[in-house]
Design a protein around this ligand. Structure first.
Ligand code: HEC
Ligand code: HEC
Length: 323
């Protein structure tokens, strides 16, 4: 596809999702620059690109990952095959233009490196890389390169690309309203939809297919948790639904109806998943360096994630299988 040679308005006008809603210009695909920067900067961009796609095998990051996901599991590759250039929520195009940015969760102004670390502790169920080590700089360099030529747009509300910021907030609000009304019937509907539309890739048991399709929940036979923990954005019933609606099923973003996306994530996020304890994600104190947050204690589990929406996961599931 020769997207880059088309005017943006033309691209937007030609992109119509299967539900018939035209994608706005901000949702139109924008890709990585065609050439790498020269010299050492180019080398760092390439290293960062490798880490994002192979987070659990790259020697600089593999020990910090506590599940079987890569950054690209959620920050999807676009048509150019580069990490984080997909069109859904989670694109890294424009991300660097919004930092430093305020984060409500940490109650501080965050750098891009801080923000990257937070996905390590939550979405990757792991530990944060020390800020300014090679891995941390490399990931930030790659993500910054993706905003080449874009104007600065510092975000005073959330640490988020201008392409994500509004739709993320708006959709999270929309889905929160829907999830608050959830019942056991929605869970049953979510399971049926999951089995019909998702399990071919992610497995009936949520284990995924190694090397091809990432896992969504559960533990492997060695007790290692497979996917994001209960502190991750996707573990929240509203944010999970917003992300899934814009990215899944793979290649068919924006085809799920609101209620269906909500029900599917009600089902997925009611399955077993690692508890989140912020203190555990921080390195042992001697290695930790400075952690840029005013919030130093935060814990979540599946029960508390449902409670946040006024729901009891035992009632929603209809059993007492979640600890
Ligand atoms: C399980 C899914 C998941 C994984 C895996 C994941 N993230 Fe994220 N990440 C998210 C979600 C959800 C957001 C918030 C959505 C948003 O802001 O667009 C986010 C936001 C971010 C942001 C802020 C960007 C922006 O424009 O919003 C950065 C930077 C980031 N992640 C980096 C990473 C890196 C680096 C990795 C790998 C070490 C990673 N993430 C792994 C789900 C994930
Ligand atoms: C055709 C295969 C396919 C289908 C069908 C599919 N996915 Fe995915 N899904 C993927 C791939 C592949 C990724 C990771 C992106 C990558 O590696 O390029 C992913 C990533 C995800 C992630 C984030 C990463 C993780 O493992 O936590 C979630 C959540 C997810 N899918 C949920 C769903 C849901 C819900 C459905 C059904 C509505 C669905 N998927 C349907 C292939 C698929």
């Amino acid at each position: 596809m020769k997207m880059k040679t088309l005017g943006l308005s033309l691209v937007a006008a030609t992109l119509v999702s299967l539900t018939g809603t035209a994608l706005s210009a901000s949702e139109a695909p924008r890709l990585a620059p065609k050439t790498y920067p020269a010299g050492e900067v180019g080398k760092m961009v390439k290293l960062g690109e490798d880490i994002l796609a192979h987070t659990d095998t790259n020697p600089l990051t593999k020990d910090m990952v506590g599940d079987n996901l890569q950054c690209t599991s959620c920050h999807l590759k676009g048509t150019d095959g580069k990490p984080g250039t997909g069109t859904g929520i989670g694109t890294f195009i424009g991300t660097a233009t919004s930092f430093p940015a305020y984060s409500k969760r940490e109650k501080t102004v965050q750098s891009l490196q801080d923000r990257i670390n937070n996905c390590f502790m939550r979405s990757m169920n792991g530990e944060r890389p020390i800020i300014d080590t090679k891995a941390s700089v490399a990931m930030a360099t790659y993500i910054t390169w993706l905003s080449t030529g874009m104007p600065m747009k510092m975000d005073t509300k959330r640490p988020c690309s201008p392409l994500n910021s509004n739709r993320w907030a708006k959709n999270a609000k929309k889905f929160a309203k829907i999830q608050r009304k959830a019942t056991h019937a929605n869970y049953v509907s979510g399971q049926k939809l999951y089995e019909a539309k998702c399990s071919s890739c992610h497995g009936i048991d949520g284990a995924g297919v190694a090397g091809a399709f990432p896992p969504l929940w559960g533990q492997d036979k060695n007790g290692r948790w497979r996917a994001y923990n209960t502190g991750a954005g996707l573990s929240k019933l509203n944010k999970g639904a917003a992300w899934v609606q814009s990215n899944m099923p793979l290649g068919q973003g924006y085809t799920l109806k609101d209620q269906d996306a909500a029900d599917i994530m009600l089902y997925v996020d009611a399955q077993p998943r690692a508890d989140f304890d912020l203190q555990k994600g921080l390195f042992p104190k001697d290695k930790m360096g400075y952690y840029n947050s005013k919030v130093l204690h935060e814990t979540h589990n599946v029960h508390s994630n449902f409670k946040q929406f006024g729901l009891d996961v035992d009632v929603i599931r209809g059993d007492k299988k979640i600890k």
